[in-house]
Design a protein around this ligand. Structure first.
Ligand code: ASP
Length: 323
């Protein structure tokens, strides 16, 4: 009897030791003034369905044994292609009525990273960021150079008018009227963090930035350590919010640093930065953060944040408001 029990315990230990790490994908679709009152049921349904599609797309990649970088890229491309989110098609307009896009991606295994900023003709900036990471000796490329590089890498190039959408154009007109009122809440961004079967983390972020931004303004999204960070030893982070604060408070790497040097859990660290440090200085926004065991946090200090996660069971969870 005793021998049998012992054999059983040893067998279960062996199984646990060799079980492949659990996969996880967490996403955000931007934080800001998102309230139930400002939403119609149709709009809410569209947001939920698109987020679910993005989560399931990334999940399918991870289930097939794809890497966390593959999953982050695939999931973000879905949101970039949707006019609902401020990334790719659906990006907000600059003061001059242009769409200037930023994106970045980072791999937690070796801290490889790539980013593009101020690009206007690349359909999927997240793929351009990945190309910079994998096919160039650099981390960050901007404007015309980044566009030339993406073209040479065979990425899909579009006319700048591809990014024009009526709702975003109207938003700019409203902002132009309000200018000087100090109300700068028109933003959004999309992001993903993933954990794959090898136990590797990755993070990615893509955005049109903030409505009415000045020419050449670059936010936190393509800045490694500010809007995006990934390190297997701590966590993968993607942020959304008022980029100038995320850059100055090095939000993404600060969360990782709190875990590394203070021994905080991923939720303690993410909460400390978003709900304390940023709140103190009125830096609006939120993050998604995931550790290498699959624990994650999605704190935000704004009224809402489009967000969701999908794990091993393939059930997509989507949340929008404070709930
Ligand atoms: N963080 C982005 C930026 O400042 C915008 C956002 O996430 O809402 O460009």
């Amino acid at each position: 009897m005793f021998k049998r029990a012992l054999a059983f315990i040893m067998l279960s230990l062996a199984v646990t030791a060799h079980a492949a790490p659990k996969i996880m994908l967490v996403m955000h679709g931007g934080a800001g003034t998102i309230t139930k009152a400002s939403m119609t049921p149709e709009k809410e349904k569209a947001y939920r369905e698109t987020l679910e599609l993005a989560l399931k797309t990334g999940h399918a990649v991870l289930m097939k044994g794809g890497t966390s970088v593959d999953a982050v890229e695939a999931a973000i491309r879905v949101l970039e292609d949707s006019p609902l989110f401020n990334a790719g098609k659906g990006a907000v307009f600059t003061h001059e009525g242009k769409n200037e896009l930023d994106a970045s991606i980072m791999r937690g295994r070796d801290k490889a990273a790539g980013a593009v900023a101020g690009v206007t003709i690349i359909r999927n900036p997240i793929s351009a960021a990945r190309a910079v990471m994998e096919k160039s000796p650099h981390v960050l490329m901007i404007g015309k150079g980044a566009e030339l590089f993406a073209t040479k890498m065979g990425l899909e190039i579009v006319d700048p008018s591809y990014f024009w959408t009526e709702p975003r154009w109207k938003q700019l007109q409203q902002e132009l009227i309000k200018e000087g009122s100090g109300d700068e809440k028109k933003h959004g961004t999309v992001g993903a963090v993933a954990l794959d079967r090898n136990g590797d983390l990755a993070a990615g972020t893509s955005t049109g930035g903030m409505t009415n931004k000045l020419y050449g303004r670059v936010g936190d999204s393509p800045i490694i350590g500010a809007g995006t960070y990934a390190d297997n030893a701590t966590c993968a982070v993607s942020g959304t919010g008022h980029g100038e604060f995320f850059i100055r408070w090095t939000v993404a790497s600060d969360i990782a640093a709190l875990m590394r040097y203070k021994g905080m859990s991923v939720s303690e660290a993410a909460n400390e930065v978003v709900m304390h440090k940023l709140v103190e200085v009125k830096g609006e926004g939120g993050v998604i953060a995931l550790d290498a065991k699959g624990n994650f946090a999605m704190p935000f200090n704004s009224e809402g944040m489009y967000r969701g996660w999908i794990g091993e069971d393939g059930v997509a969870h989507v949340l929008i408001y404070r709930e």
